[in-house]
Design a protein around this ligand. Structure first.
Ligand SMILES: CCCCCCCCCCCCCCCCCCCCCCCCCCCCCC(=O)SCCNC(=O)CCNC(=O)[C@H](O)C(C)(C)COP(=O)(O)OP(=O)(O)OC[C@H]1O[C@@H](n2cnc3c(N)ncnc32)[C@H](O)[C@@H]1OP(=O)(O)O
Ligand SMILES: NC(=O)C1=CN([C@@H]2O[C@H](COP(=O)(O)OP(=O)(O)OC[C@H]3O[C@@H](n4cnc5c(N)ncnc54)[C@H](OP(=O)(O)O)[C@@H]3O)[C@@H](O)[C@H]2O)C=CC1
Length: 515
């Protein structure tokens, strides 16, 4: 019997961010391995015109949860959405709901966050710092609480090269930052943001670092652990390979490259692509929840959930295998044939952005205009290039994360738990994983049918022919212009024509002799 699965049996679990990418994988695994758990409370806000119930219904009826109804037939009763907005005071939770949460919760998994890199500091602080502080305050009033697990990121200290499983201080205390957000106006906050984030690349990594300090400061007498995943990719094995449902990390780039929009990206080919599968993160999170509650370590343990030090893969290997997979499973309705390369200098990046990205976009927009449609490709391209520039920091550097706590946790698990809650990334076969990643993007993100592959191949052949025709036409136009204006070009042209003529005459003469 799995000790971890048994531990979650009969428990009341509170999850924030359950509607997010990791939150959904976490819930699915909990229901699959501990169907006898008592209840999962999820803090959900109504969004995009959907009520809480509709959002839960959508999750439970998704492909990810396909097998759960068999394993846990009363799953609908065991999931209790609580209307909450983490941006509001007390999360806007009703008195009755709050009472129930405070009196019943045994375990908290805090996954909610803003993961956007370009969020204004005020919003990022509100969600990643203030909401964490408020949740800890709630947690401190929960008599039955056994463990509080906080999801952070391995990049919260990305300003360092070597990162240990410790909490690093920030130059300004989180409490001061929280207070200042109350009275500073937006213009001043925007002005001081670069100074506050210092050598971190964005408000996301900065506020996640502040969030960790808050966890350390506000968790007195609580059993707390922090999980720091690197770049979370689709599922590796469970419940099935390749599941992904958002554009974060490399997924958006894979779509852009597979659809032929993205032809080059500034990246360091040898830099470590520190991806970690979502199910690996969830397994470690659940194991850490069990360990924190049962073994009650004296201090807050931080677990690095990274792949680079145990089973490194670099961006070149990843890029090449992504491109190779496009050959096998092409995406539908590509703009151009997928063919991308890495650039490493400012000059080549700007050059290829102009030649391979903006010029084709302008040509296509002209075509749209001529056919009476609204031009939109250049706008889309500029947005894509802007978005990619925000990710560049992470694909041009490598980090070393120590993983002592994670390895310790692995070693204390029973063989059965090591199997059921496997987070040993050394067993990951990157080529297989990347192939499933591209397939997952096609199936679950783009919602493309595998039956459409022959048509997609035909479309790519047509694009190749258009590409050849375009190049030939371009060559002749340029040549014609050169010949018309430049004596040297005329001489070369004359030389080539007379050479071809002599060659053909010789060929014809020798074949006549043979006859
Ligand atoms: C010798 C031969 C050599 C050959 C070499 C071969 C090379 C081959 C190269 C290419 C092939 C394919 C390559 C694959 C691998 C290579 C490179 C991979 C790069 C990966 C980069 C990863 C970096 C991630 C680092 C993460 C570190 C921290 C991790 C965490 O802790 S948190 C999770 C990460 N968070 C994120 O990733 C959030 C990032 N996103 C944002 O911040 C925002 O979404 C935004 C990017 C700022 C965009 O904001 P907007 O307001 O403009 O957009 P919005 O979100 O509203 O969406 C607007 C439209 O844009 C689309 N979109 C959104 N996100 C992305 C995205 N990431 N990429 C592309 N497009 C995106 C979105 O769909 C919207 O479109 P619309 O709906 O049509 O309008
Ligand atoms: N994905 C990654 O690559 C990595 C993620 N992490 C960390 O893992 C955690 C989960 O990330 P991930 O699942 O990818 O993120 P998602 O963006 O997919 O999910 C974020 C979740 O937070 C919820 N949320 C956001 N704002 C509010 C709000 N005001 N009130 C209530 N809920 C809110 C969202 O709800 P809604 O659906 O309503 O928007 C959603 O459920 C985060 O803490 C992140 O920092 C760490 C490293 C890498």
């Amino acid at each position: 019997m799995s000790m971890i699965a048994a531990f979650y049996g009969g428990k009341s679990i509170l999850i924030t961010g359950a509607t997010g990418f990791l939150g959904k994988v976490l819930m699915e695994k909990l229901f699959r391995t501990s169907p006898d758990l008592k209840i999962i409370y999820i803090l959900v806000r109504s969004k995009a015109g959907q009520t809480l119930q509709q959002r839960v219904f959508q999750i439970l009826n998704s492909k990810l949860f396909e097998n759960i109804k068999e394993i846990c037939p009363n799953v609908h009763e065991k999931i209790r959405p609580i209307s909450a907005d983490l941006n509001q005071h007390d999360f806007g939770i009703s008195k009755e709901d709050m009472e129930e949460l405070l009196s019943s919760t045994n375990i908290i998994f805090h996954c909610a966050a803003t993961v956007r890199f370009d969020d204004p500091l005020r919003h990022a602080v509100q969600l990643n710092v203030t909401a964490t502080q408020q949740l800890l305050l709630m947690a401190s009033q929960m008599p039955k609480l056994e463990a509080f697990i906080h999801l952070s990121t391995a990049f919260s200290n990305c300003n360092l090269k070597h990162i240990d499983e410790v909490i690093y201080p920030c130059s300004v205390e989180p409490k001061k930052i929280i207070d200042s957000m109350e009275w500073l106006d937006d213009a001043i906050i925007d002005e001081i943001t670069p100074k506050l984030i210092g050598d971190r690349p964005n408000t996301y990594t900065y506020t996640k670092a502040l969030g960790e300090i808050v966890v350390q400061q506000e968790s007195e007498n609580m059993n707390v652990a922090i999980i720091r995943p690197s770049i979370v990719g689709p599922t590796w094995q469970e419940p099935f390979p390749g599941w992904v449902d958002n554009l974060n990390g490399p997924s958006g780039i894979i779509i852009a490259a597979g659809k032929g929009f993205l032809r080059s990206i500034r990246a360091t080919p040898t830099a470590v692509a520190d991806l970690i599968p979502a199910d690996t993160v969830v397994n470690l999170t659940l194991a850490a929840g069990w360990y924190t509650a049962v073994h009650r370590p004296k201090s807050t343990l931080i677990y690095h959930c990274t792949s680079g030090n145990l089973n490194p893969c670099n961006w070149l290997k990843m890029g090449l295998h992504v491109l190779a997979t496009f050959e096998k499973v092409p995406f539908e309705k590509a703009f151009r044939r997928p063919n991308a390369d890495f650039t490493t200098t400012n000059f080549t990046t700007h050059y290829w952005n102009a030649v391979s990205h903006r010029v084709p976009a302008i040509i296509y927009d002209c075509y749209l205009r001529l056919t009476g449609r609204k031009p939109r490709v250049l706008k889309l391209m500029n947005r894509l290039l802007r978005n990619i520039s925000m990710l560049e920091y992470f694909i041009n550097r490598s980090w070393e994360w120590s993983t002592h706590n994670t390895e310790m946790l692995m070693s204390v698990l029973s063989p059965e738990d090591q199997r059921i809650f496997n987070f040993d990334v050394r067993q990951l076969n990157w080529l297989e994983y990347i192939e499933n990643y591209v397939l997952g993007v096609k199936k679950y993100l783009l919602k493309e049918d595998m039956a459409g592959i022959p048509e997609a191949r035909q479309h790519l052949k047509r694009l190749r022919n258009i590409h050849y025709l375009f190049n030939i036409a371009l060559f002749f136009i340029i040549w014609r212009l050169l010949v018309a204006r430049w004596q040297m070009a005329r001489n070369v042209w004359f030389f080539i024509v007379s050479f071809c003529y002599k060659f053909l005459s010789y060929f014809r003469a020798s074949s006549t002799l043979k006859l």
